[in-house]
Design a protein around this ligand. Sequence first.
Ligand code: XMP
Length: 515
Amino acid sequence: MAEPLIAILDFGSQYTQLIARRVREQRVFCRIYPWSVDVATLSKEPLAGVILSGGPASVYEKDAPRLDPRVLELGVPVLGVCYGMQSIAKEFGGTVERGTQGGEYGRATLEVVRPNPLLRDVPTTSTVWMSHGDSVTALPAGYTLLARSPTCPFAATMRDDGRVYGIQFHPEVTHSAYGTQILSNFLFDVCHAQGSWTMGNFVDQAIDKVRATVGPQGRVVLGLSGGVDSSVAAVLLHRAIGDRLDAIFVDNGMLRKNERHEVEHLFRERFPVRLHVVDASEQFLADLKGVVDPEHKRKKIGHRFIDVFKDEAKRCAGAQFLAQGTLYPDVIESTSATGGPSVTIKTHHNVGGLPKDLGFMLIEPFRELFKDEVRQLGALLELPETVLKRHPFPGPGLSVRCLGEVTRERLDVLREADAIFLEELRAAGWYEKTSQAFAVLLPVRSVGVQGDGRTYGHVCALRAVTTEDFMTADFAPLPFDLLGRVASRITNEVRAINRVTYDVTSKPPGTIEWE
Ligand code: XMP
């Protein structure tokens, strides 16, 4: 019998993923659905409860995401958060209005006015995090006030049968002092969730699901990049269907030092999947001849990757499915109620960036997971730490770090410098303290002196950043002696480079890659 789950309906809040994470932290499985999910779909799931997320819209706006009132008839408890609460009010006869002072953002004091299961063990006054323009100004019939704040008369409410709750604040953010307690009350006291879910359960469920989808004969291809997501996906799929998985690794000539060898070793010796290594470096480099514009480079690489992948996939006779290590943050960008990012800063390409018309059915076992959860999963599947703790590496590889024309010679110079930097970082214990670190080869030369002679060599920049989400980043405060050691080794061991610099720009205004 499948584990009961909490369905989170996403109304476009930036915090939806955080709700999911908080629920899973309490060992309750949850799944995020778009707000428009068919109620019939939900009714087929073994639900323990439903959480309605917040969202940026106003419930009375034309085209605002609308709560299907039948969600409240599914027979399980419902918790509406912010927009979720306002949607309940709107659908059942309450009113929602724009705040006279333009809304409420930040910390507020919650005052509990009536004891109730949702706010059990929450003191009479506590701090909560508010972030809303509208608020409920009249409750639907049959609802009771549970708590208020100075500017929000209905900060927490309950339907009189104790099965439906609404809260205007965000329990999922850590600024809400009793947020975890409130979510736990909802999960366990109201929904009677079991709290026995673990990543181990997820492995079993995911394997069962893959087997059910693929069937006893079906075959799957997977684009393996050697990064965390595709590596964990490969191992999981291999456990599920063994030799009916074909993993395709494309060597585009822009990999880091030893990268191809490491992937081959891991997936031939340790996890013997049916691995196709395609050396297409000649074709990629031929495409890039004379190209210096970063976007142009990305497009060439993206197109070539698709062609190479397609050709190789054709060799995997009978494959009907394509597995991708898509994570939740990737999913939400394409389905969020607010739409994706408004401007293209860089055209991202990765192995998940294959077009939809390749003719395969998609399998995405990690659609509901966050990066660190995929790492946990990888650890359970016994992938080595070196893979699980790897920094991310962009799909177009070293090409985005080789500024100016990308040639085999320049890539070789960059590869060596990069390998020295990473080796020294690891030796000094800094690799794990940074989120991403690499060398960049600049398209300029500078004068230097070596021995008694003048040199006119390449310039290399080192970049190391710390970041939570890669949307913003700080430069890593690497010790000077470490930087000095790296510079000295690079200029001595990579003859073409005579100058090394360290990038101390944060993002924004810089980006992590240089391009
Ligand atoms: P930027 O340079 O935009 O990078 O600050 C943010 C993060 O994205 C990675 N990146 C990519 N990843 N395909 C990828 O899979 C790409 O085309 C790509 N471009 C940048 C970058 O390494 C950093 O982690």
